[in-house]
Design a protein around this ligand. Structure first.
Ligand code: FAD
Length: 493
């Protein structure tokens, strides 16, 4: 241990390596209430790409595993050790905004920067990254978001996941080499602008990889001007809300580009939670007594005429399926306005966390489905809950879908899972329920995107991947990481 510690201190400086118990403990778990705590042996905080590379070389030399960590907000245990100790490499010191290129319409950053820090600077200049990363964007990093295909912090309906807008990525490979991908793969390209070119898209294997193929150190993302005009509306929808909303969303998509920046559906249980618990939000009183779901949207446009026409078309579909508009002010219950104008996109999920009171935490099973299959997934959850009722009662847990988000052109992101009590005596039961629900989602055709520890293993255990696909994944991993250094255990690799 002494030799490894000295080598790590040589790599990043002794101020940035810790073996103190209280530090190691904070890096030993995620925020869920089900997975085992696994203490790392070292926490390392590099300040440059070169230092990351040196840490990775030390890890290879001494055969010590490494788990990369950004903000540590992974809901699936992906940013803590899985099998045994090793090194947690905390990327948050690498948090500089390197360049905004208004000619090429890109921004380049170090991957430990948070989405909120990055977009706060861009907002001031009239721009944004389109998708604002995850809802945890005040602490989650660009590196973590790109490792998860994150979505949900704003802009999902118009811009899809954050991965879609990455045009260049610098990665430290599992043996310590530094590779430039996307536009930067060619030494003759002086400003990154596009990911697709130069042959196969090797950048993409690092997107959504949950930190198994490399450590992201720098990224270039597209930027977009924030349109001058927008409209925010919130509706109560007729039951069964999921069926009506799926129809509305499909109708919108078939109309072409309506400029919808965000649209979310909150099922009745979530409406109750908002109106009963999160009293600090001014729209709560307006929702009291509503026993139906809520649908909201924000439409962006570049002219008033364009906005008017798009709102007319979008509202037509909502009204055809029984939606009733709430007032236009936030205090009338217009959550859409709060979400867009008051940075609700980064407060929403933090606020929902204590949904049942202090000590409760989510065990998330969020995933993607095609728009028209959203109601099937709601029914699958109801069936699963019925089958697991006695275990749910034993755990004092509740389950369901909290929100669905129209995400990209074809997809609905379903924020589903369990709310459990974070108590040692309940952990194994919580884990049993959580894994069972993950298998149910996977077998019903749900597509997890933030796979971390548990969902990645569930995909393998549920035999979701036919052998040729899994063999391709295994071959890539073995080739890049012959010493099995990076994030061992994810996908059971
Ligand atoms: C309150 C709250 C709200 C959330 N809302 C959303 C949401 O709306 N949408 C959503 O998608 N997720 C959401 N999440 C989950 C999570 O926060 C996001 O997926 C986020 O993008 C993770 O970023 P992070 O920096 O915290 O990454 P971490 O949790 O630190 O890491 C995530 C994964 O990426 C790997 N990793 C991290 N940094 C790097 C790097 N530089 N190079 C290589 N691998 C790396 C880790 O090993 C891990 O597997 C939420 C979580 C919380 C707690």
């Amino acid at each position: 241990m002494g030799e490894v510690l000295r080598a790590l201190e040589d790599a990043v400086g002794s101020d940035y390596v810790s073996v103190d118990d209280f530090v190691l403990y904070t890096y030993s778990r995620g925020i869920e209430g089900a997975l085992e705590e696994v203490m790392p042996e070292y926490v390392v905080r590099p300040g440059s790409t070169d230092e990351v590379s040196r840490v990775v070389k030390v890890a290879n030399k001494y055969k010590v595993p490494i788990v990369p960590r950004g903000g540590g907000c992974c809901l699936m245990g992906g940013s803590k050790p899985i099998e045994k100790g090793g090194i947690v490499i905390d990327m948050t010191r690498m948090n500089r905004l390197l360049d905004i290129n208004f000619e090429a319409m890109t921004v380049s950053v170090e991957c430990g920067i948070t989405w909120a820090k990055l977009n706060t600077v861009l907002f001031e200049k009239g721009y944004y990254t389109g998708t604002l990363g995850p809802g945890s964007g005040m602490s989650a990093t660009v590196g973590g978001g790109l490792s998860h295909h994150s979505v949900g912090g704003g802009g999902a309906t118009k811009y899809g996941t954050c991965s879609e807008h990455c045009v260049a990525l610098e990665v430290v490979l599992p043996q310590g080499d530094v590779v430039q991908t996307g536009s930067n793969a060619s030494v003759y390209i002086k400003e990154p602008f596009c990911r697709l070119g130069l042959g196969p898209d090797l950048l993409s294997i690092f997107l959504g990889d949950n930190g198994i193929f490399g450590i992201k150190t720098k990224a270039t993302l597209e930027i977009f001007p924030r349109p001058e005009y927008h409209e925010c509306k919130t509706f109560v929808v007729e039951n069964p809300g999921d069926i009506n909303v799926a129809k509305i969303w499909l109708e919108w998509r078939k109309m072409g580009d309506l400029g919808i920046y965000d649209s979310q559906y909150l099922p009745p249980l979530t409406v109750v939670a908002y109106s009963g618990l999160l009293t600090e939000f001014p729209f709560i009183p307006a929702w009291k007594g509503i026993d139906k779901g809520i649908l909201w949207y924000t439409i962006e446009a570049y002219t008033e005429d364009e906005l008017e026409e798009k709102v007319r078309l979008a509202d037509g579909a909502v009204k055809r399926h029984g939606g009733e508009e709430l007032g236009e002010k936030i205090e009338d219950g217009n959550i859409a306005r709060w979400h867009y104008e008051k940075h609700g996109f980064w407060q929403n999920w933090h606020a929902l966390w204590n949904i049942a009171g202090p000590g409760c935490v989510p065990c998330s099973t969020e995933h993607h489905v095609p728009i028209h299959r959203m109601p099937d997934m709601f029914r699958a959850f109801e069936k699963w809950e019925e089958e697991n009722r006695s275990l749910l009662e034993k755990a004092g847990a509740f389950s369901g879908v909290s929100t669905t988000i129209l995400c990209g052109h074809t997809t609905v992101e379903v924020d589903s899972g369990l709310v459990v009590w974070d108590r040692p005596e309940l952990r194994s039961l919580n884990k049993q329920l959580w894994i069972s629900q993950m298998h149910m989602v996977i077998k019903n055709g749900g597509m997890p995107y933030m796979t971390g520890e548990l969902y990645s293993q569930a995909l393998v255990d549920a035999a979701a991947f036919p052998e040729p696909y899994f063999e391709l994944l295994r071959t890539l991993k073995r080739t890049l990481d012959p010493n099995r250094i990076l994030s061992p255990g994810k996908y059971r690799l």
